[in-house]
Design a protein around this ligand. Structure first.
Ligand code: HEM
Ligand code: SF4
Length: 550
């Protein structure tokens, strides 16, 4: 993964010193709140319902064990002993004191971490597939391109004050999309053209929140060397024409819709024609250099353990289930990709304690070259585990609570922090996730109903991605009471779609039963092997409505 050079280190240190000075002046009353606001947001600091919140970037989701240990210590020394993994490869601290934030940022900088541009109306952390670089079916490793975008966008003066926040995601697999690129402001799908050249299919104008949209394609093939000049052209068009008069209409998706994708694309092409060959254009040499930061770990020639594994699986049903659900194949022979699920019933999705962060660091050091990746679904991945060590790893992480074999099932819920932490919430979301997990506590039944994305948000901002859940749950407020609206049929994968609202909302206590009825309709109507989403697409929403509101 990318390692800071002396320039990076200097930039990070200068930024911390600058923010320390700004914070001291704000606390002394020398900076007004409206002056401090954009400064603190660009350093990741929100002021929330119960306390400030600090959002820390995890570029392309990767963390080294030293960084995990530092995060653990920070949560212990400056917070309440836990942190929260978000849906965009960030880590959030929910209870830091404002006066401590410069110290926290200094501690992070020591381990090459930062909170730059994790909030505010600027280009946010670029996210990607947590299996990047290790899965067999990707076009190429997308992480060097994410790092190129990170270096280009960090402190880019022209794009520091956009009409609204701006999120970019990159995906390189032909068959899966674990980064939800079509609901980002810019989604980049890596492709090869007919001549075998590498490039990007460019989606622009996706997003969730108040007006959810799937991003249309505005360019089928962008050659890789043109990545930055083209992004620059898209952002210039947005910066010039995006609405600044109305916060709810300020995202690029509204502009793309207003101009139509074709109209927007034409403006981008016009702008691009001026800057296409500018010094920002990438070179083969530059790309080679960035690729050099993502060298393979020191893979060993490992014995083929297929027979041993088969025996272990045969003799131990729980291990067998874990392999089936939480372990994926790796492009390197003898290795596997393991997902640690952070969704044990009763644990708020995404929450990790200081001790758990240290445990993750320990298993990363012991079993996966000291590195992990955090996922869009709020889980953690060990990307390079030897197959002959899988059984031992499973025995190690089971007591830690990371081996719940429910990955991608109904109880692997994506859930925002909701009313428990978030000032914008209309309703709590964590207790709904937990109630549903309790309702579906039988793993065999979960396996029988197959992969289902259940996503929950506590308000229409959609941090929990409810619009793109196969089943989406949205907390709403009705005369001071918490209610929950359901949508069905959303997807964040290659077949991205926004879910359709089922009907009137439900009280919190009714939610497990309502989800049960939805699942029952699916079970009654499915053909053999048909996933939930396909059944929904075949039979439509009516049968679900009839049963749930009967
Ligand atoms: C607790 C503090 C948080 C605050 C104040 C906050 C604020 C917001 C706001 C205002 C929006 C709407 C943006 C829009 O207008 O489109 C939003 C969307 C979003 N937030 Fe959060 N959020 C918080 C926590 C989180 C967490 C914990 C996650 C991940 C679980 C998250 C991930 C996202 C995502 C993915 C969106 C989707 C909207 C889009 O990109 O179009 N946020 N958030
Ligand atoms: S969806 Fe709403 S309630 Fe949930 S974290 Fe985002 S802003 Fe807060």
């Amino acid at each position: 993964m990318y390692v800071y050079d002396e320039h990076d280190r200097q930039i990070a240190a200068e930024r911390v010193a600058q923010f320390r000075d700004q914070t001291e002046r704000a606390l002394a009353g020398e900076l007004r709140e409206d002056e401090f606001l954009p400064l603190r947001l660009q350093n990741g600091l929100y002021v929330q319902r119960l306390a400030p919140m600090l959002r820390i970037a995890v570029p392309y989701g990767m963390l080294r064990s030293a960084q995990l240990r530092r995060l653990a210590r920070i949560t212990r020394d400056y917070d309440k002993g836990y942190a929260h993994f978000t849906t965009r490869q960030n880590v959030q601290l929910n209870w830091p004191a404002i006066e401590d934030v410069p110290d926290i940022l200094a501690e992070l900088a020591e381990v090459e971490m930062h909170a730059n541009q994790t909030s505010g109306n600027c280009i946010r952390n670029t996210t990607t597939d947590q299996f990047s670089g290790v899965q067999a079916d990707e076009i190429t490793d997308p992480r060097p391109y994410c790092e190129i975008i990170r270096q280009w966008s960090t402190f880019h003066p022209e794009f520091a004050f956009l009409p609204r926040k701006f999120k970019v995601a990159v995906n390189a697999s032909e068959h899966t999309d674990r980064a939800a690129i079509q609901v980002h402001d810019i989604g980049l799908q890596m492709v090869r053209n007919d001549q075998g050249e590498l490039g990007f299919r460019v989606h622009v104008g996706g997003g969730l929140g108040r007006t959810p949209m799937v991003g249309p394609v505005i360019r089928e093939f962008l050659p890789e060397l043109d990545l930055l000049t083209y992004l620059e052209a898209v952002l210039r068009v947005y910066n010039r024409y995006g609405r600044r008069d109305n916060k709810f209409k300020a995202r690029i998706k509204i502009l793309v819709k207003a101009l139509t994708p074709e109209g927007f694309a034409a403006k981008v092409e016009e702008e691009w024609s001026h800057i296409k060959d500018s010094p920002t254009r990438l070179t083969e040499e530059a790309i080679r250099q960035f690729k050099g930061y993502f060298t393979e770990p020191d893979y060993q020639q490992v014995p083929d353990v297929t027979d041993t594994l088969a025996t272990q699986r045969f003799e131990n049903r729980e291990f067998d289930q874990w392999i089936t659900h939480n372990v994926d194949s790796h492009k390197h022979p003898g290795y596997a990709i393991v997902t640690l699920t952070m969704k044990k019933t009763g644990t708020p999705p995404g929450d990790v304690s200081d001790r758990q962060l240290e445990q993750i660091a320990e298993v990363a050091d012991r079993y996966s070259f000291g590195e992990v990746r955090v996922t869009h679904q709020q889980n953690v991945v060990l990307a390079d585990v030897r197959k002959d060590e899988l059984f031992e790893l499973w025995q190690t992480i089971t007591p830690m609570g990371f081996a719940t074999a429910n990955l991608n099932t109904l109880t692997d819920v994506i859930c925002c922090p909701g009313g428990d932490y978030c000032a914008l919430a209309n309703a709590k979301s964590i207790p709904v996730a937990e109630a549903i997990q309790r309702q579906f506590d039988d793993l065999d039944f979960l396996y029988d109903i197959g992969n289902i994305d259940l996503n929950i948000s506590g308000c229409m901002n959609a941090c929990g991605h409810h619009h793109v859940g196969n089943i989406g749950v949205l907390g709403v407020d009705k005369k001071g009471q918490e209610f929950y609206q359901i949508s069905l049929g959303g997807s964040s994968h290659h077949d991205a779609a926004i879910g359709k609202i089922l009907g009137p909302s439900f009280a919190r206590d009714d939610m497990p039963e309502v989800i049960q009825k939805i699942i029952n309709v699916y079970v009654d109507h499915r053909t053999e092997e048909e996933p939930f989403l396909d059944t929904y697409r075949r039979i439509g929403i009516e049968p679900f409505k009839e049963r749930v509101y009967a």
